[in-house]
Design a protein around this ligand. Sequence first.
Ligand SMILES: NC(=O)c1ccc[n+]([C@@H]2O[C@H](COP(=O)([O-])OP(=O)(O)OC[C@H]3O[C@@H](n4cnc5c(N)ncnc54)[C@H](OP(=O)(O)O)[C@@H]3O)[C@@H](O)[C@H]2O)c1
Length: 235
Amino acid sequence: MKRLDGKWALVTGSSRGIGQQIAIGLAKRGCHVVLHGRDIAHCEKTRSLIEPLGVDIHAVGGDLRTVQGVDLVIRSVQSVPSPIDILYNNAGFQNTWKPIWAITLDEWLESFQVNFFAMVALCNAFAPAMRERGYGRIINLTSGIKDIPQLAPYSATKAAVDKYTADLAFELRETNVLVNALDPGWLKTDLGGPNADHEVETVLPGALVPALLDDDGPSGRLYAAQDYAMLEGSA
Ligand SMILES: NC(=O)c1ccc[n+]([C@@H]2O[C@H](COP(=O)([O-])OP(=O)(O)OC[C@H]3O[C@@H](n4cnc5c(N)ncnc54)[C@H](OP(=O)(O)O)[C@@H]3O)[C@@H](O)[C@H]2O)c1
């Protein structure tokens, strides 16, 4: 089993849902984790699940809807003594369901701020140091959502994530900073809702694949967590 002993990962939005699973999966491989939620107190449940695994845990709070909140997250993470080796951009928000014509500019902006601009700011903050150290894994959460115009802002942010992931991967080619996207599948979380296809736990072990890539492995790719569902139990 591949290990991540001694590495540090920041998993945004790890207070619940998919991010919580990813943080647990990384910790089971020996990776130290920085947990994140809108409020630091939201991370307590995840912390209690990971503590028995014996890795180091830090928690940071910050609302990604504002530039100040994003800056707070970045400054808080940079105060952790060890550099970030794995940046898992998982935090996400889905706009309120309504006819595409009725979606306001503020709603479009809110979706892009949380799902896209915050991710860009986090990459800008941590990728250059990864390049200097010659190691980094950046994974951005995308979605296979399609033909739901009522959620157009959400879908458009994920299309932007895909494009940005490809461009950043190209920028960081031959640096051993590997940048990939993860489609988790439709999962039963607060965001995915109770009618989703899969339990949240099925994001593992697939979500770990782009974090566990060998040096100079694939970059700019899309990984689908459900493709690895048959490996259930190996997470
Ligand atoms: N569930 C699905 O079916 C599905 C499918 C495709 C892609 N995804 C993507 O997977 C990622 C995780 O989704 P999920 O289903 O796990 O969602 P979730 O259960 O609703 O959890 C969202 C996470 O993001 C954090 N978050 C939300 N808004 C935030 C904000 N303004 N500032 C800071 N943190 C914020 C939450 O923190 P708090 O607890 O503090 O609110 C929470 O940790 C998202 O990027 C989503 O787009 C999900």
